[in-house]
Ligand binder design. Sequence first.
Ligand code: F6P
Length: 356
Amino acid sequence: MKKRIGILTAGGDCPGLNAAIRGVVRASYHLFDAEIIGIRGGFRGLIEGDYQPMEESQFSNILTRGGTILGTSRTPFSQMRSNGDGPDKVAEMKKNYRAMRLDCLVCLGGNGTHKTANLLSEEGLNVIGLPKTIDNDIYGTDFTFGFHTAVDIATDVVDRIHTTAASHGRCMVIELMGNKSGWLTLYAGVAGGADVILLPEFPYDIQKVAEVVETRANLRKSFSIIAVAEGAMDKDEKDMKKKDREAARVESPYNSISHRIATQLEQMVGVECRTVIPGHIQRGGTPCAYDRVLSTEFGVHAAHLIRDDIYGVTVAVDGRSIIHNKLSDIAGVAKPVLWDGPMVRSAMGLNVSFGI
Ligand code: F6P
């Protein structure tokens, strides 16, 4: 019996989305009689009924392509139930799922996507999740696809900054993505040999950061590299309510956390500082080999789940095994960098400072 599979990619894009789509589709065609319906622009497409049946040829030559051939959008989970700006979105999604006569819906996305996927599963739809995000912050999986490519890109930034920092004897503050999570900055900071790594999980003391920069200057290491996550905060901000912290940032004269740290260090230590913000470059371009493999493994595992009618789950990697977790067990659960985790321990072993 033919299975009709709807696929969508939601939230911020990342390298590996197309490789994962290809994995699901190719393995499905191989394992059973499959028909693929591409839903455009993430959950927006499911809400608005923007979809099209796809041909096998449309999935050719996409393994190495960055972004997503299906398009994506951010449709906040908090607004899924609200009908203030139109019809109830969940009801619309269920209606379109039925209009497409889907046997299942495959949702490629991050934390928000998994919350919506879980909601749709609770509403009775057959849903499978695939965890993507450069933030690597999805609970229950060692890694998300897209993460390692972003680490490679961010590491290249740190490497290149090293040579110019050393030539000028400057302190360089590199601000990396990751939203509220520090995984990307931790990995790129260690891989690129940063002297200081500042993460949202460990609120920093600027005095401690200044001491590192000053000590290095006194040791005639005239430059310092600071990798700071965009979501990092100092000890004072940690004690503030989120609303107050955000308001204080809007009112502050600094347009980013890296700008604030650089200005403070210039004043406190008297070193020349510069900031670098690679931004969305970290999400762009072709996936690295690791992500191509992981995306493919995730996609093929999803096809096996569809063949076996196993729904309400998301695919994950645990050590060298590809597994699946219940959506209800992982949706909305955080995966922070842990102080006693192996990466932090290794960084501490190298005398890298976390500013605490
Ligand atoms: O979740 C991925 C991510 O790149 C975060 O690291 C970052 O905070 C956010 O998306 C940026 O979102 P947008 O692409 O909507 O600006």
